[in-house]
Design a protein around this ligand. Structure first.
Ligand SMILES: C[S@@+](CC[C@H](N)C(=O)[O-])C[C@H]1O[C@@H](n2cnc3c(N)ncnc32)[C@H](O)[C@@H]1O
Length: 189
């Protein structure tokens, strides 16, 4: 993480402070995700839910260092515009592909293989997002689902279903808003 990226992260944090429409992952969760994509050697990433670009700012540089990039999806054009400015400020324009659209409409156009996925948009479609990315995952890909602590009721059925899958090893990580970390083991786990 270079100084240019750190400074863009701090600018994004300052912008989001006090805004009630900025529901980014907290810094401690961002640091966890940053360490995770580094450890996995992830190159090709997907984020469902860009918002103002905060979580993307923590991962896109690592993915680029590993030879890949991040595709990030959000349906709100105004957020896209702001996020794109932070990516530019961070020197990450070539590391991020911003897709503006309703996730279920555009996910089919995202190419695999994917090493890292963050599901952080509307909760009711988490299972559909997960099912849509599974065929595109690389071996040992990591899929993170955010908000396990803040939205336990909305995510309960999804998490039960997810934890019952034999092709993933899943663990709850009580960091930030709570994350379910699911590692793809291709049916051998
Ligand atoms: C919690 S925020 C994402 C925060 C971001 N991952 C971060 O940590 O900086 C959720 C975002 O998902 C977007 N969103 C919600 N439902 C969506 C959908 N069906 N398709 C695309 N984007 C959606 C919202 O516009 C919002 O910006």
């Amino acid at each position: 993480m270079n100084e240019q990226m750190r400074s863009a992260i701090e600018a994004c944090e300052a912008f989001m402070a006090g805004r009630d429409d900025a529901l980014a992952i907290p810094r401690e969760a961002a640091e966890f995700v940053h360490a995770l994509v580094t450890m996995r050697g992830a190159a090709r990433g997907l984020e469902i839910g860009t918002s103002y670009g905060y979580s993307a700012l923590w991962t896109a540089g690592v993915l680029r260092d590993h030879g890949g990039c991040l595709v990030t999806i959000d349906m709100e054009p105004a957020k896209h515009e702001v996020a794109s400015r932070y990516f530019e400020q961070a020197g990450l324009v070539d590391a991020v592909r911003c897709v503006q659209g309703v996730a279920l409409d555009v996910l089919a156009d995202v190419d695999g293989p994917l090493d890292y996925v963050l599901i952080d948009a509307d909760k009711e479609n988490c299972r559909a997002y997960f099912e849509s990315v599974v065929p595109k995952l690389s071996d040992r890909a990591v899929v993170l689902t955010d908000n396990t602590l803040t939205h336990p009721d909305e995510l309960a059925a999804y998490l039960d279903w997810l934890r019952g899958r034999s092709d993933f090893v899943s663990a709850h990580v009580p960091v930030g808003n709570g994350m379910e970390m699911s590692v793809y083991v291709g049916g051998q786990g």
